[in-house]
Design a protein around this ligand. Sequence first.
Ligand SMILES: C[S@@+](CC[C@H](N)C(=O)[O-])C[C@H]1O[C@@H](n2cnc3c(N)ncnc32)[C@H](O)[C@@H]1O
Length: 288
Amino acid sequence: MNFWEWYDCNLSAAQQENVQIFELDWLILRLTSLDKLDLRLRSPDIAQKITPEILTKLDQLWQKRLSDRVPLQYLVGSVTWRDLDLKVSPDVLIPRPETELIIDIVAENCQDSMYENGVWVDLGTGSGAIAIALAQKFSQAEIHAVDYSQAALEIAKTNSNRNHQQVQFHHGSWFEPLANHNLENKLAGIVSNPPYIPSIEVVNLQPEVTNHEPHLALDGGDDGLDAIRELINNAPQYLISGGFWIVELMAGQAEVVRSLLQINGRYTNIQIHQDYAAIKRFVSANKK
Ligand SMILES: C[S@@+](CC[C@H](N)C(=O)[O-])C[C@H]1O[C@@H](n2cnc3c(N)ncnc32)[C@H](O)[C@@H]1O
C-alpha cells in the first residue's frame, strides 16, 4: 500500500470511529518531514519522503488511536502549548488550549513590579505548563510549582529544563509544601488549574479522557469544587496584600466560586473571565 492509499483508507476509518480527521494530518505532520501543503496538494514526491519504516510507525500509532482511543499527544509523547514544547505521558493531564489564556489574564492584571519580581506558585502543576509559561513571562520572578503526583513532577522538571526556565518543584498536597518553605505572606500570585470535574462525571467523559488521563488531575469531589474550596480558604494566608489569585473552572462553576470568594471576605476585585468559546472559565481575585 502506498502512502496515499494508506491515508485515504485511514481517513475513512477515522470517520467510522468518530475520530476527528484532522488528527491524522496532525500525526503525519508531527512524525514526518511533510508540511500542510504536501498534504493539501497531494504532492507527488511524497512517496520519497515517507519510507516504509515511517509508514509502519504511523500505522501502528494510528491504529492505537482508533482502537484504544489513546490521545495522540500521549502516543507522540509531546504537545505544543503556547510556544512551549512539553513532554506528556499518561502521568500528566494534556495541557488544554483554553488553559493558555490563564497566562494572558495574569499578564494583563499583574503589570506592577510587585508581581513581575514577586514569588508565584502554580498549584497542581501537572506537566508544568503554567509554571513554565509564568517563568517565561516574569523572568525576574521566583516561581514555585506543587503537585501531589511524584510522576507528574518528574515530567514537569524535564519540561522546565527542555524550555530553559527556572521553576522550584515541590511534592505534596496544595499548600502543605509551601508551609514547609516558609512562604506564608510571601506570594505575589497563586495560579491553579485544579481538578474540578464532579466525581460522578469523571467516568462518563470521552474515552480519551476517562480511560487515559490521570483521575487525580480530573476528579474534584462530589460537586467538583473540593480543590477550589481548599484554594479559596488557604490562599490568603500565603498571599501578600494585593496578591493575585486565579483558578480555572468548568462551565457552570464561575458564579458559585464568585460567591465562595465573597463569603470568604478576604478577597476583593473578583472577576470572571471567559475562554475562546465564551465559557466562564476562570475566576480571579486579589487578596484585600
Ligand atoms: C487539571 S490538572 C492541571 C495540570 C496542569 N496545571 C495543566 O493545567 O495542564 C490538576 C493537577 O492537580 C494535581 N493535584 C491533584 N490533587 C492534588 C493535591 N492534593 N495537591 C497538589 N496537586 C494535586 C494533579 O496531579 C494534576 O496534575
